[in-house]
Design a protein around this ligand. Structure first.
Ligand SMILES: *Cc1c(COP(=O)(O)O)cnc(C)c1O
Length: 454
C-alpha cells in the first residue's frame, strides 16, 4: 500500500504540468508539496516547515491564513462567489475601484479588472492602441519597452517582454517593439553612464519615431524578472517627462512593485510619476486570489466615450473580471495595510535586511547586492574583479536556492541572481532568520561547501 504522500507524488508526476519548470528534471526529483501555510511559514505534506522567502513568487503581503483576509473571503462567500461585470456591477468591485483610484498616483481614476498581471498588461496595451485610434490618430501603433523587461507570458505581454530566454521561441508570433537599454549600473559603468545610455536612447527614438509610438511600458524603479535591477534615482522621472514631451502614453507595470513592496505604496510614488496607465496584480489581494487591475486616466477613458454606433467601446473582458471574492479580499488587504501602517514600516525592515546582507559583499563570488524596499537580488559572479558571470550550466542560482530550501527557506533564482522577497508582514526576528539562511546558502555554494555539510 502506498502512503498518501506517495500517491500525491505519483499523481503530480503523472498529471501536473508545472509553469517555468523542466518537467523531465522535476519528475526525477522528489517534489515539494505544500499543504498549508501560516504567517510567513509554509508546511509540506511531510510536516517540514519553510520560510516563504519569495512571498510565493512575489505575491504575499500579510502572510498565509491572515485571519482578516480569511474572514473577508468567508463573508463575501455568504453573499455571492461570482457575478459578471459585463454591463452590470457587484459591490466589492465598486468599492475596490474607488479605493484604488484614491490611493494610486494622481489622474488614475478608472479601474478595469482582469485576473493576472499578464492580462492586465494586455489590457493596457490594447487600451493604449485603441486610445489613439478612437482619437483618429492611426499612426501611433508602436510600443517601447526596456531591455530585459518582463510583463507576463501571454502573446501580447510577451511582445513587450525583452528576456530572450522567454521570448525567442515565440518570436514569429509576437508583435515587434522598440527596446531601449535598462540602466543596469553594475553592468553599464555605474549610475550616471547607465542612466545616460537609457535616456539618450529613449530621447533619440522619440525624436525620430515619436509620432508612431502609442506607449512606452516600464517596470518602475525595479525591473523584477530581469534580475532585480534598481534604476538610478531620477531615471523614471526623466523617462516620464520624455514620454510626455512626445505625446507618448506611459504604462507603469506595477505588478511586482505595487502595494508597499518598494517602500512606497507604488514605485511611481518614489519619483512622483503619474503614468497614463498602471497595471496592478500580485500583491493586490495580499497574494490571495487572482485579481489584477489596469488603471487609466480620465483622458484615456474619455477617448472611449462615444455613441453606441461609433463602436469605440473597449471590446475586452474575461469571465472572472471583477470577481467579488477577490475584490473583497483586496479591500481587506488594503484596510489592513492602512491600519498597520505597513508601507511606513517597510523602510525600517529594509534597512535591517540591508545591514544583515552587507557582509555578503565581502564574499569572493558576490558581485552586486541590489535592494529597493523588500525586493532584493544578489548577483553571483564567477570572477568578482572582471564581473565575469557564472556559466548557465553552473546553475549557481538554482544551487543556492536549493541549498536555502534544505536550510528551511523557499525562494527561486533569476539566473545567477538569488532573489529575497519576504512577505511585507515579516517581523525583524523572521527577517533575521531568513537573511541568515540566504547568507549561509550563498556561502555554501560559492565556496563549494554544499557536499561537505550534508
Ligand atoms: C509577475 C509579473 C507580471 C505577470 O503577472 P502574472 O500574474 O504572472 O501574469 C507582469 N509584470 C511584472 C512586472 C511581473 O513581475
Amino acid at each position: 500500500m502506498k502512503t498518501d504522500d506517495e500517491r500525491l507524488v505519483a499523481l503530480d508526476k503523472a498529471h501536473l504540468w508545472h509553469p517555468f519548470t523542466q518537467m523531465k528534471e522535476y519528475r526525477s526529483g522528489s517534489p515539494l508539496i505544500i499543504e498549508r501555510g501560516e504567517g510567513v511559514m509554509l508546511q509540506d505534506v511531510q510536516g517540514r516547515r519553510y520560510y516563504d522567502g519569495f512571498s510565493s513568487v512575489w505575491l504575499n503581503v500579510h502572510g498565509h491564513q491572515a485571519p482578516e483576509l480569511d474572514q473577508a473571503l468567508r463573508d463575501q462567500l455568504e453573499r455571492v462567489a461570482h457575478t459578471t461585470l459585463l454591463g452590470m456591477a457587484n459591490v466589492p468591485a465598486i468599492e475596490l475601484a474607488g479605493k484604488l483610484a484614491a490611493i494610486s498616483p494622481k489622474g488614475l481614476n478608472k479601474v478595469f479588472y482582469s485576473d493576472s498581471g499578464a492580462t492586465g498588461v494586455e489590457i493596457a496595451i490594447k487600451m493604449a492602441f485603441q486610445y489613439w485610434r478612437n482619437r483618429g490618430d492611426r499612426r501611433r501603433t508602436a510600443f517601447v519597452t526596456m531591455d530585459q523587461a518582463y510583463h507576463g507570458d501571454t502573446i501580447g505581454a510577451a511582445s513587450v517582454g525583452a528576456i530572450p530566454l522567454y521570448q525567442e521561441v515565440y518570436r514569429p508570433l509576437l508583435f515587434p517593439a522598440h527596446v531601449v537599454p535598462y540602466p543596469n549600473s553594475y553592468r553599464h559603468g555605474g549610475d550616471e553612464a547607465a542612466m545616460e545610455a537609457t535616456l539618450g536612447a529613449l530621447r533619440r527614438l522619440l525624436e525620430e519615431r515619436g509620432e508612431e509610438i502609442a506607449a512606452c511600458i516600464v517596470e518602475p524603479i525595479v525591473q523584477g524578472a530581469g534580475g532585480m535591477l534598481v534604476m538610478p534615482a531620477g531615471c523614471l522621472r526623466r523617462m516620464a517627462e520624455l514620454c510626455r514631451e512626445h505625446g507618448v502614453l506611459l504604462i507603469a507595470d506595477e505588478v511586482a512593485t505595487g502595494f508597499g513592496r518598494t517602500g512606497a505604496m507604488f514605485a511611481c510614488d518614489l519619483e512622483q510619476v503619474s503614468p497614463d496607465l498602471m497595471v496592478l496584480g500580485k500583491g493586490l489581494t495580499g497574494g490571495y486570489l487572482p485579481v489584477a487591475a489596469t488603471l487609466a486616466t480620465d483622458e484615456v477613458y474619455d477617448a472611449f466615450d462615444a455613441e453606441y454606433e461609433e463602436q469605440k467601446t473597449f471590446f475586452h473582458g474575461h469571465s472572472f473580471t471583477g470577481n467579488p471574492l477577490g475584490c473583497a479580499v483586496a479591500l481587506a488587504s488594503l484596510r489592513l495595510m492602512e491600519e498597520r501602517r505597513m508601507v511606513e514600516g517597510i523602510e525600517a525592515k529594509a534597512a535591517f535586511v540591508a545591514r544583515k546582507l552587507a557582509p555578503l559583499k565581502e564574499l569572493r563570488h558576490v558581485g552586486d547586492i541590489r535592494q529597493q524596499g523588500l525586493m532584493v537580488g544578489i548577483e553571483l559572479v564567477r570572477d568578482k574583479a572582471s564581473r565575469e558571470p557564472y556559466a548557465w550550466a553552473d546553475r549557481i542560482g538554482v544551487r543556492a536556492t536549493m541549498r536555502a530550501r534544505e536550510l528551511g527557506m523557499l525562494t527561486r533564482p533569476l539566473g545567477n541572481v538569488v532573489v529575497f522577497m519576504p512577505p511585507l508582514c515579516s517581523s525583524e526576528e523572521e527577517l533575521d532568520a531568513m537573511t541568515d539562511i540566504v547568507a549561509a546558502s550563498i556561502l555554501d555554494v560559492t565556496e563549494g561547501k554544499e557536499a561537505e555539510r550534508r
